[in-house]
Each structure stands twice: as C-alpha cells, then as structure tokens.
Ligand binder design. Structure first.
Ligand code: SF4
Length: 362
C-alpha cells in the first residue's frame, strides 16, 4: 500500500497503526507536498519524515516539488478558509499524484496520513479519493485513527519521538490567514538577501534538526528546549547622504523611533560616529573589518554577504553598547557629517527551540 505522507507528526503514529492493522501489507511512504511554502519549510518537514521512516524501517519516496502546478491548481481560491474549497483542491492534487504513484509501482491501494490530522476534514479527503478512484481505478483505504483516543496517543508518540512540530498547515495562503487572525507577524516569509540564518527562522530550525540527526548518528545524548526571546526583523532600510542612497549595512536590532530620521554626526568617539538623534551610531568599513576580523572590500560586499547575528551582537558589546542595545548601528564606507535614514523594522517576543547536548549547547 502506498501511503501519502504530509508530515512526521501525522505519519509516524499513522504508519505504526497501519502496520499493526495491515500486517500483510508492504508499506511504501510517499512524500508529495508541493503545497508547502517556503521551500526551506518543505526541506525541514521532509528531513523529519526521512528520520521517522528510517526509524520505522519503511521505504520513502520523495515526489516532485512542483510548486508552480500546485499554485495553478488553487488559483482563485487564495482567500478560502481552511477546510474550504482551496483545501479540497489541494487534497485532489496531492492524492491524485499519490494514486498515480501507487499505480506506477504496481499497487492499487493507497491512503494518506492527512486522515489523522485533527485539522483536516476526513469528508473532504474521502470526496477527493472517490473522484480519483473512479478515474484511475485505484482503491483509497480509509482509516480513522483519530477517534477512540487516537489523537491523544498521536500527541504522546510525537512527544516521545521528538518529532518536528510545525505550527501551520503548509501553504502561504493558509499561513497568511492564520497569522492575520493571530495578529502575529508572518516571519516565515522573510529571508534576508544576505542569507543570514536569523533567530527562530525556518533556516535556523533546519540547521537544528540536521544537527540533531548528526548527534543521533554519533550516539550523543541531546535535548530540545524552548527559549523565549526578543526577536527582530528588518523589513526595509536605506541611508541617504547628500540626497543619494549609499551602500549601507544596518545591524540587527537597529530601531528608529519613527521610520525616518535626519541625523547629524555630532562627534566621533573611538571611530564611532555619534548621531544627534535616535541614538544613531555610524562606523566605517575599516572599523567593522577590524571588529569582525573580516576583510570586506566594500560596504556593498558586506551588504550581500552579511555577518552572523551573534557576531553583530558581539560587536555591539565591543562598542560598549551592551546586550540590550536597540540603537541604530550602521556601517558605511565613510562616516558622513549628515545622513538620512529610513528603517522599517520590528521587535517581537518569540519562542525558539534550542538543541542542548550534555557537554555544551549547539
Ligand atoms: S491550508 Fe493546508 S490543506 Fe488547505 S490548501 Fe493550504 S496547505 Fe492545502
């Protein structure tokens, strides 16, 4: 039987139950979820499904990440709520591919781990499967592992196996609606041009779960803890000198009182230009290279390559600004006498996962 997989939290428990109840079946897992956005989140969920299938000894096939065709399929349904028409089309899309894959492997029977998710409509899934089976001659296997305490058991298994627990269904549209209802900033959609791995970004989680796999292979004990933090995202920013936008690098945790400020550099103390408002600090590239032990040839190069966020925090501390500093700290090729700054950035409380080994933290 081919089992379409949506995520490890649903699949691990589902596959265990399926194996118990269909001992004669050879199970093949099929990860086909082009609905997941962004791609880094797709990689993260796949990574955890790979771990789960390996632990269960079930072969896994990765389907194509054909995001464009999924987008075409749900076109016009972007504003539908969860369990609405977009989800129906999304199920059609994924189950059809699962049924095709089953046939290509010489299997007639297929099912999906979406059936166990409490947030999905089993009726919608069955409606998709009926259409597909009529067209392809396949046989969808319906099982209800939610009832009779199944959902509670699934939660227990997911905790015990330390599976990656995502906090949105998968697509951009569902996430946008969910975050709007929560009045929460959609930081999943932000990735800096520098490709810096920002605190509690999907990329940071991807690194964490990859590192966890390495630890498991090396047989090193670890734990995953949650940590509350003040997070930050720069949405947009620029610096003008004499009316021209110049290459600039804005340090993480830089905030202006209002988004725009005209600043005069009042004095330069130990190489740091002190602005006359909003606690602005400006340093030149030479000082940055000295502090970061780097060799950037221009601010433009720094802008595209970036520093690690923890490196930026260390430099703030070396400049005597302390670890709670939110002053705008800006790198320019040269310190000007006057500048205009536009800075659209937010801070927000957030909770991230942290991987700890017995000896040190990762
Ligand atoms: S909310 Fe989930 S099921 Fe619905 S369309 Fe988006 S990814 Fe698919």
């Amino acid at each position: 039987m081919l089992v379409h997989i949506c995520c490890s939290v649903d699949s691990h428990f589902f596959l265990q139950r399926l194996r118990r109840e269909f001992p004669e079946e050879r199970l093949i897992a099929f990860f086909y979820d082009p609905n997941i956005h962004p791609y880094s989140e797709y990689r993260l969920r796949l990574l955890d499904v790979q771990r789960s299938c390996k632990r269960l000894g079930i072969p896994l096939i990765e389907g194509e990440y054909d995001y464009e065709s999924w987008l075409q399929a749900v076109r016009g349904l972007e504003h539908e709520p969860e369990k609405g028409k977009r989800c129906q089309v999304c199920f059609d899309h994924r189950l059809q591919e699962a049924a095709r894959q089953a046939k290509a492997l010489g299997e007639r029977r297929y099912t999906t781990t979406l059936l166990v998710s409490p947030l999905k409509s089993q009726q919608q899934l069955q409606a998709s499967a009926r259409k597909i089976d009529r067209a392809l001659g396949t046989q969808f296997v319906f099982v209800d592992y939610r009832s009779g305490g199944g959902t509670q058991e699934q939660a227990r298994v997911s905790k015990q196996e330390r599976l990656y627990r995502q906090n949105y269904c998968g697509c951009f549209f569902g996430l946008a609606i969910q975050r709007a209802q929560q009045e929460r900033f959609m930081d999943e959609m932000i990735e800096p041009i520098t490709h810096q791995v920002l605190p509690n970004s999907i990329e940071e989680r991807l690194q964490l779960y990859q590192r966890r796999l390495d630890l498991e292979e090396e047989g090193i004990e670890y734990t995953i803890l949650r940590q509350r933090l003040l997070n930050y995202r720069l949405l947009q920013g620029w610096v003008r000198v004499q009316g021209e936008v110049v290459p600039s690098y804005i340090f993480t945790y830089s905030l202006l009182r209002h988004k725009r400020a005209k600043v005069r550099i009042e004095e330069i103390v130990d190489g740091v230009g002190i602005g006359n408002r909003d606690e602005v600090r400006v340093i030149d590239l030479n000082l940055l290279n000295f502090l970061a032990r780097s060799n950037f040839s221009s601010t433009k190069e720094l802008y595209f390559k970036g520093l690690l966020p923890q490196e930026e925090t260390r430099i703030r501390q070396e400049l005597g600004l302390g670890c709670y500093d939110l002053s705008p700290l800006i790198v320019l090729d040269k310190i000007p006498t006057k500048l205009e700054i536009y800075l659209d950035a937010i801070t927000y409380t957030d909770v991230r996962e942290k991987l700890l080994t017995r000896k040190s933290d990762a």
